[in-house]
Design a protein around this ligand. Structure first.
Ligand code: ADA
Length: 570
């Protein structure tokens, strides 16, 4: 199941999740032989393959739906980190980066079966600027669900809906992309339904052999708003119908009537000031690696709610649609970001792969009401002219593609940062009490940062909302002592308590994100493991197995004591 709801009721869909053939193509001498692998999963889950980095071919036989002139659409939720998709040996598509969905459209000759194989590569090298030795692990495998669909000659390719508040209620700007294969297609009507009720219908002009985009704006007076307190979701369906009313194709998504925008130093949802209190979360788990199954993702959402969080940042890449669906349902607000953590802008593939990750995130995840902020370029070069140009390119892509949400990046260069004028929200990672200073310095360091931020020296950061996008401390589970010993659970709890009270009660802060929700694995290559006990980024308030550390209780007790959304007078 690739979503928490059916994306189609008319189009024939078949899940390809299950056991596939597993054939390594890189050196693996001495490793135990595994002829099969589960999809979705990481090959690091195979005993003996915990640290294997290479290329492997994952294959399975397909029995195809019958029907004349039917196309095939393969929908991959995510393949880590580079995929080449073959259909009976013919290359259909190549996709780079583990964290965005991709599709393969194919019009094969009528045949009842086919062999699908995916060459998966999780190696580091000049072919990937975004996947590198890093403070999180790049796993290998088809890590998210795969779906096989049967396409009619005219089909719906994309459905985007953007809600806006109006004096009478809500407007919904809808864009539907329709594609056709071949020509001489019969007339079709395009129909929109909201929770099963027809709300719009229009005949389509001739569609022979090309794509067409239909736009409309619909007014709704009596719909319920989506909010964290009342996350009301609606099913929006685009349907193609022949003149006799027969539905020939459909595409379903879920939407929420909510509007987010920036006003002065505040972030508003449906006109109400937000106070964002949350966590950074990696897609990582002790057993499943980055292929976090729905049950474990649902458990994470329940834990985030138990902690009192209303906000989660998908550090540092687009997340599985099922997790975002869970956030839509739970009213958990999301900062989703395209893939980057301290990438090298001089890498020959850095710009095109950053643009691709950003474009795909915006295209595939547009309708999630829980996503209120688009992020990018975590802790990258915000100082050099080249770095400023790179940030401008990515941020302008975000804002021109989706002006309905504010855009930001998480910086870390403090007074050296020259990019704050490019973002709608200023976000900064501040590790006072861990990498520099002591817990007693958290307040003073923050005040001096604010003094600079709200001065002309910040080149455009003044007067914008501020999110403290990361802060935290490491804790080796079970290591206890009086709180002034780093790496103890006691010290982590002390730092988080002080930092949350400082940032969470400050009138200048629109929100904060604790680093981080649960421990995650880091790369063995390079020297990350030397600085990371147990080869983990252990700043989580939970272990990778979701066992609670002392800080879990501390955060759970501290969040409810913070000011409410309404900022106190300065
Ligand atoms: C940075 C980075 C995070 C993580 C963190 C840490 O802020 O954005 O990915 O590496 O530091 O744990 O040091």
């Amino acid at each position: 199941m690739n979503r928490l709801f059916p994306e189609h009721r008319i189009r024939h869909c078949q899940s390809l999740d299950g056991l596939w053939e597993f054939e390594p193509e890189s050196a693996c001498a001495g490793l135990p032989v595994h002829s099969q692998i589960l999809v979705p999963s990481c090959w690091e889950m195979l005993p003996g393959w915990e640290s294997w980095r290479g290329r492997a071919r994952l294959s399975r036989k397909l029995v195809l739906p019958t029907g004349e002139n039917r196309g095939i659409r393969l929908l991959f939720g995510g393949v880590s980190h580079t995929a080449e998709v073959f259909w009976d040996g013919e290359l259909l598509a190549r996709h780079e980066d583990a964290y965005t969905p991709f599709e393969c459209i194919h019009w094969p000759p009528a045949c009842p079966t086919a062999k699908l194989s995916v060459l998966v590569d999780n190696t580091f090298g000049p072919h990937s600027a975004l996947h590198l030795s890093n403070d999180y692990y790049t796993y290998g495998g088809i890590t998210r669900p795969v779906v096989l669909q049967s396409l009619p000659p005219v089909y719906i390719a994309r459905l985007h809906a953007t809600p806006n508040r109006t004096a009478e209620g809500w407007s919904l700007d809808v864009r539907v992309s329709v594609r056709s294969h071949g020509d001489n297609h019969p007339e079709q009507n395009l129909v929109l339904l909201l929770d099963g009720r027809v709300v719009w219908c229009q005949p389509l002009d001739s569609l022979d052999g090309k794509a067409t985009e239909v736009r409309t704006s619909l007014a709704f007076q009596n719909v319920e708003a989506w909010s964290p307190e009342h996350p009301r979701l609606y099913e929006l369906t685009a349907q193609l119908r022949s003149p006799d009313g027969q539905a020939t194709d459909d595409l379903i998504d879920r939407i929420g009537f909510r509007e987010v925008h920036v006003e002065g130093t505040s972030i508003l949802l449906n006109g109400q000031q937000l106070h964002l209190k949350g966590f950074n979360r990696h897609e990582d788990h002790a057993i499943f690696g980055s292929a976090v199954p729905l049950q474990a993702a649902a458990h994470d959402v329940l834990l985030l709610k138990e902690l009192g969080a209303n906000f989660v940042r998908t550090s540092h890449y687009p997340n599985d649609q099922r997790f975002l669906d869970l956030c839509d349902e739970a009213g958990l607000l999301v900062w989703e970001e395209s893939h980057a953590r301290q990438i090298d802008f001089t890498h020959p593939r850095a710009l095109d792969q950053s643009l691709a990750s950003t474009r795909e995130m915006l295209a595939w995840h547009h309708n999630h009401p829980s996503i209120i902020i688009w992020g990018c370029l975590n802790e990258c070069d915000t100082v050099s002219d080249e770095g400023v140009a790179f940030h401008r390119t990515i941020l302008e892509l975000i804002k021109s593609t989706d002006p309905s949400r504010p855009a930001t990046y998480a910086g870390h260069r403090f007074e050296k940062d020259r990019c704050m004028g490019l973002a709608d929200i200023v976000s900064h990672n501040i590790y006072t009490g861990w990498y520099q200073g002591s817990p007693d310095d958290i307040g003073s360091v923050f005040e001096s940062f604010l003094a600079w931020l709200d001065s002309p020296a910040s080149l455009g950061g003044a007067g914008k909302p501020l999110i403290v996008s990361e802060f935290g401390a490491g804790a080796i589970p079970g290591f206890r002592s009086p709180p002034l010993v780093k790496n103890t659970e006691d010290y982590q709890a002390l730092v988080l308590h002080r930092a949350i009270q400082t940032y969470g009660n400050h009138a200048r802060v629109a929100g904060f994100c604790i680093w981080h929700f649960a421990d995650c694995r880091v790369s063995e290559e390079g020297n990350w493991w030397m600085h990371r006990p147990l080869s983990l980024n252990d700043k989580g308030v939970l272990t990778r197995e979701r066992v609670r550390k002392l800080a879990f209780a501390t955060v759970k007790e501290t969040l409810p004591t913070l000011r409410t959304t309404a900022k106190p007078d300065k």
